[in-house]
Design a protein around this ligand. Structure first.
Ligand SMILES: Cc1cc2nc3c(=O)[nH]c(=O)nc-3n(C[C@H](O)[C@H](O)[C@H](O)COP(=O)(O)O)c2cc1C
Length: 176
């Protein structure tokens, strides 16, 4: 119980970077389990993460008898990377309409969120309000960085480097 690094992937371009994150953690010997939103599977197929972790990847709440409870019971820490504006909004408002959001509500372990989105989306007042709410709820936010995003816009919104997320995950995993 509660011994794994549970990583949720949501539907943003930066999902491809999480392949490296998962691969690195597995290579270092950490127990990693992945869950995904339906929208995340538009970017990366779950087979990739199943191969990287050698474990099943749940996407549906109904992939197991009570998938969200099963996931919260195995998580020592819960990481959401990349985190879309959508999942951040749902987490901040207690909405549980898919496996990732239901697992978040069920989890009592430390939660790490790495937002990634268009700079305009990130600067939006609603998104900023939701991020502030998550901080007040005790969620650790790894702030995105400035740069040119895939669509060509420039500003703060790129997911922080995988190395930074990895370092924070290991630090947290070894202290809780
Ligand atoms: C090509 C493409 C790229 C996208 N990239 C992002 C992104 O980086 N961040 C984000 O918040 N939403 C992004 N979106 C929008 C999300 O996919 C959309 O809000 C979706 O509902 C998120 O669902 P999820 O949070 O359940 O994964 C993108 C959409 C498309 C079509």
């Amino acid at each position: 119980m509660n011994s794994e690094i549970l990583i949720a992937i949501t539907g943003g371009i930066a999902a491809y970077k999480t392949c490296d994150l998962v691969r690195n953690l597995v290579k270092l010997g950490f127990p990693v389990r992945v869950i995904m939103t339906h929208n995340a599977t538009q970017f990366i197929h779950k087979n990739t993460f199943e191969a990287l972790t050698n474990k099943p990847v749940f996407v549906n709440e109904y992939d197991s008898i009570m998938a969200h409870i099963e996931m919260k019971n195995l998580a020592k820490i819960f990481v959401i990377a990349p985190a879309t504006a959508n999942i951040i909004g749902k987490m901040a408002n207690g909405i549980a309409d898919d496996l990732v959001s239901s697992t978040y509500l069920a989890c009592t372990v430390p939660v790490l969120v790495a937002p990634a989105m268009n700079p305009g989306m990130y600067a939006n007042k609603a998104v900023q309000r939701n991020i502030q709410q998550l901080k007040e709820d005790g969620v650790i936010i790894l702030e995105p960085v400035e740069g040119i995003v895939v669509c060509g816009d420039e500003g703060k919104g790129k997911m922080v480097d995988v190395e930074v997320i990895q370092k924070k995950i290991i630090e947290l995993y070894e202290t809780v």
